[in-house]
Ligand binder design. Structure first.
Ligand SMILES: *Cc1c(COP(=O)(O)O)cnc(C)c1O
Length: 403
């Protein structure tokens, strides 16, 4: 985390850039905190200036579905942290996913996706096939031969997550990018689990990065949002056009809360990763736990790739298997006193979930196996409590999971 983001370009580190974010022009005003422009639109004297504002993202602020100063401040800040040319903030992570897919694919195109993606994203790909005639092939993600075999002449897009949910697979992104670009396909990366503090996919050749900012960017479990970041201007303008049509753009207040969270993202990620290291290692040594799926553990299948690509930390959301199976895992989550049983991740508080009875409840055993989830799997999103307090809670809940 101490390396400058752009050697030779901007020598400021990510901790500094997250605090001194590039604000849009505010007519000479320099507020310390970006104000909330809670307005649906802006007044003009010159009709051409209004038209210009409606036609392009860098015209005057005109109508808040198209552009708003508070939302722009968030977009500029995330684009800067990810090393992109521009960003589009959206109302949720799923609206970011669907805006990218609908803005980049058309009937007859083909896409390749990693098999263990966020459930909502997997559904979106399935509906693209059923409703819009865009077929998708699923691959494991770290098998580049499988990726090359999946690519067809009409493949336009390859979609991966930096760290998958909840199995924490880490693909070799530079190799994925090379294979995709050889065939003219763009690479889209959901970087929600890593954040730009741990990994910046555009620096490895990806074309589009997206986030559920509901998670680590917001960071306080109080806002829903998403963001899309672009490596090049033409693609930014094309997807901006789609976003204006579909209308999933972010609300100014949600953008403001997210920007407030962003200022402390590097600080929080450091502690999230430190806590996760303590917890993952203690879980791995516990007799009631049969496996810990966290990229920092040497037995993890992608540990070497993760060491290479994520030198600053492996994230704080991962899963582990309770040895005694389904009922023991359910007893574990029911007996937590400090960690909270809830969906979502990336907030200040530790959250735990039994995927087989919640997020993955629609899947049978074969479906669960394909998703890398067992009946005894627990997903843990390690928060910012003191690691020893957290461990005391997990250890007492594990006593109820001994079988
Ligand atoms: C939560 C999540 C999403 C969806 O984001 P929402 O803000 O809930 O719409 C997408 N991708 C990943 C990896 C997520 O964790």
């Amino acid at each position: 985390m101490s390396e400058p983001i752009f050697a030779g370009q901007d020598v400021r580190r990510i901790e500094t850039r997250a605090i001194h974010v590039p604000l849009p022009d505010l007519d000479g005003l320099r507020p310390l905190s970006m104000p909330i422009f809670q307005t649906s639109g802006f007044a003009f004297d010159d009709p051409d200036a209004l038209t210009d504002g409606l036609n392009r993202p860098d015209g005057a602020f005109g109508y808040s579905r198209l552009s708003n100063p508070t939302v722009r401040a968030l977009e500029n800040a995330v684009a800067d942290l990810e090393g992109g040319v521009a960003a589009v903030a959206t109302a949720s992570g799923m609206s970011a996913v669907n805006t990218v897919l609908l803005g980049s694919l058309r009937a007859g195109d083909h896409a390749v996706m990693q098999r263990q993606l966020y459930g909502g994203t997997t559904s979106s790909f399935r509906h693209l096939a059923e409703r819009f005639g865009v077929e998708t092939t699923g691959i494991v993600g770290d098998d580049i031969a499988e990726l090359r075999a999946a690519i067809r002449p009409n493949t336009k897009l390859v979609y991966v997550e930096t760290i998958t949910n909840p199995t924490t697979r880490v693909c070799d992104l530079p190799a994925v990018v090379e294979a995709a670009h050889e065939h003219g396909a763009i690479v889209v990366v959901d970087n929600t689990f890593a954040t730009p503090v741990l990994f910046r996919p555009l620096e490895h050749g990806a074309d589009i990065v997206l986030h559920s900012t509901t998670k680590y960017f917001g960071g306080h479990s109080d806002v829903t949002g998403g963001v899309i970041v672009f490596a090049d201007d033409a693609r930014y303008r094309a997807v901006w056009d789609t976003a204006q049509e579909l209308g999933p753009t972010a609300d100014p207040f949600a953008a403001w809360l997210t920007l407030r969270g962003l200022h402390t993202l590097p600080l929080r990620m450091r502690q999230h990763c430190a806590n996760a290291t303590v917890i993952a290692e203690r879980l791995a040594a516990h007799p009631a736990v049969s496996a810990v799926h966290w990229p920092g553990i040497p037995t993890h299948p992608d540990h070497e790739t993760a060491r290479k690509l994520l030198p600053d930390g492996y994230g704080s959301t991962f899963s582990f298997d309770v040895a005694a199976g389904r009922e023991a895992a359910r007893a574990f989550v029911s007996h937590l006193r400090l960690a909270v049983m809830a969906p979502s991740l990336g907030g200040i508080e530790t959250l735990a979930l039994h995927p087989a009875s919640t997020s993955h409840r629609q899947l049978d055993d074969a479906g669960l196996a394909a998703a890398g989830v067992g009946q005894g799997t627990i997903r843990l999103a390690v928060g910012l409590e003191h690691a020893d307090d957290l461990w005391s809670d997990l250890a007492q809940a594990l006593e109820h999971a001994a079988g």
